[in-house]
Design a protein around this ligand. Structure first.
Ligand code: SF4
Length: 503
């Protein structure tokens, strides 16, 4: 894979042939997906959804010592308000002096649509440099400048000669893709093109000492980059670090909450370890291409099976399989004993999960191992990275899979039919799902732990607590409603998915 010479990465509809519209069983999805027939499926009616600019900001807003310039009308990026506090607190967990999110918007208006927004972009970047002196100024391009033809790359190239901060253009215009996860590629593309060069002369003295050279080589040969995601908590990171360090390895964490200058040292590691292929394949493939650093990309460490696999994959690279086997056996044994008391309560409870394909499938596997019945899944998109996880899910011929970014009307219809005992969902969907009276458990949260063995225990413990007394959510029935006519609930939930051009 080598797209780095291009100004912008391809969208995932093209690069991964990803699908964003499907309704059927897990089995059918697996079968049709393998044939490569899902890419052209369309909706004849669609509700709005998040765009790749907004998802790009979820990562970019975490980066320390950077200023984010959103080149857009004022509404784009408005969702950053909801993450500003989280970003600041989590940055401070890494660096007590961190300033938190600093974010400017060029506030494009009607006049700029006619006359161009280039001057506003220029002055925003110069203001960011003079006012904040950041390590990087990250310029996020939106639909409007892309449509009116602002040449942001030429402007930013020109500005780079005048200022010391590294300028990072991110091409994440929302209209270009229906697969929000294209955002991850846009962000990594900007980082790969602009933040990897090392400053000259750094650590020159270290490299002049032979012993230090050997020490440095050894440290590097035992160092793992764990690639985090913005939906992870600090506890998730600590749990994964605990497990990898138990193998005698060093850990560094990228990209979320790293400082902009830290990316120059991303190659000082022996292995890149992803926790989610949806997030990282673009980055790890390019780093392998550029520096020859191999990667682990197979599984997400959620649930016992997937956590075991994640650790064993890392250990295999370093020849530490025996140590890893002992570690996972001991951890999994302790966890199974701790989970046993919850089984009676959870057995047979019906659950529906909605969110990113990798998270919902791994969480489903954990809940099935507790005796719960998975009745439906809604994935934001689907691509080949989900196939191995889909195969871990039991009873897949009877589980409905809806591929839909957003599209709450399809989910509302499905939930009405399936009547699950519990909904496990992505941020942003839980509110409207609660209005249907279903008990809710969030699929992730930045103040709880979900990953590794400790995370598996916490997921189960908290779900058991939610199910113990769901009366608060049940009381919504009859007191609130979603904005759909009753006739909609009588129709096929996948009425508006048109697969005639694809299958
Ligand atoms: S779709 Fe375009 S206009 Fe809408 S928020 Fe995203 S970048 Fe802005």
């Amino acid at each position: 894979m080598d797209y780095i010479r291009e100004k912008a990465p391809p969208v995932r509809e093209d690069r991964l042939k990803a699908c964003n519209a499907f309704g059927g069983s897990c089995c059918e999805l697996n079968r049709i997906g393998k044939k490569g027939c899902l890419n052209g499926v369309k909706r004849t009616f669609a509700q709005t959804q998040g765009c790749q600019l907004n998802l790009s900001l979820a990562i970019l807003n975490t980066i320390r010592n950077a200023v984010i310039v959103v080149h857009a009308p004022i509404g784009c990026g408005g969702s950053s308000l909801s993450t500003a506090g989280i970003s600041k607190n989590f940055q401070k967990l890494r660096d007590p002096n961190a300033k938190g999110l600093i974010w400017l918007n060029t506030n494009l208006d009607d006049n700029d649509v006619v006359g161009g927004g280039e001057e506003k972009l220029r002055s925003a970047v110069l203001y960011a440099e003079s006012e904040f002196r950041p390590e990087a100024i990250i310029v996020v391009n939106s639909c409007v400048p892309a449509i009116i033809g602002d040449d942001i790359d030429s402007i930013l190239n020109d500005l780079q000669k005048q200022i010391s901060a590294k300028i990072v253009p991110i091409h994440c215009e929302g209209f270009k893709t229906k697969i929000m996860a294209s955002a991850y590629d846009s962000v990594y593309h900007g980082i790969l093109r602009n933040l990897l060069d090392k400053p000259e002369d750094t650590r020159k003295e270290i490299y002049e000492d032979e012993l230090e050279i050997l020490k440095e080589k050894y440290r590097k040969s035992r160092t793992v980059n764990i690639l985090n995601v913005s939906s992870m908590s600090r506890q998730d990171e600590e749990e994964l670090t605990r497990l990898v360090k138990a193998l005698g390895l060093e850990v560094r964490i990228y990209p979320c909450y790293a400082s902009a200058d830290d990316f120059a040292y991303v190659d000082d590691a022996a292995l890149n370890v992803s926790i989610c292929a949806t997030h990282d394949d673009y980055f790890v493939e390019h780093i392998k291409e550029k520096y020859g650093i191999p990667f682990v990309l197979r599984s997400i460490p959620i649930g016992i099976k997937n956590t075991d696999q994640w650790i064993l994959d890392i250990a295999k690279f370093f020849g530490l399989e025996e140590n890893a086997k002992r570690l996972v056996e001991a951890e999994a044994k302790e966890l199974r004993e701790a989970l046993e008391p919850f089984k009676e309560q959870l057995k047979g409870k019906r659950v529906f999960l909605g969110g990113g394909e990798i998270r919902i499938l791994s969480t489903a596997e954990l809940l099935q191992s507790m005796g719960m019945e998975v009745v439906g899944l809604k994935g934001y998109h689907y691509d080949h990275f989900a196939e191995p996880l889909l195969e871990l899910v039991e009873n897949s011929e009877n589980i409905i899979f809806n591929v839909a970014t957003g599209q709450p009307f399809e989910q509302a219809n499905l939930l009405k039919r399936l009547e699950p005992d519990l909904y496990v969902g992505h941020t942003g969907t839980n509110g409207y799902t609660a209005k249907q009276g279903f008990p809710i458990y969030p699929l992730f949260g930045q103040s709880s732990i979900y990953m590794g063995y400790l995370g598996a225990y916490e997921i189960v413990r908290r779900i058991a607590r939610v199910l113990k007394n769901p009366i608060f959510n049940r009381n919504f029935i009859g007191n609130s409603r979603l904005p759909y006519r009753d006739e909609w609930y009588g129709q096929n939930p996948f009425t508006y998915i048109d697969d005639s051009a694809a299958l």
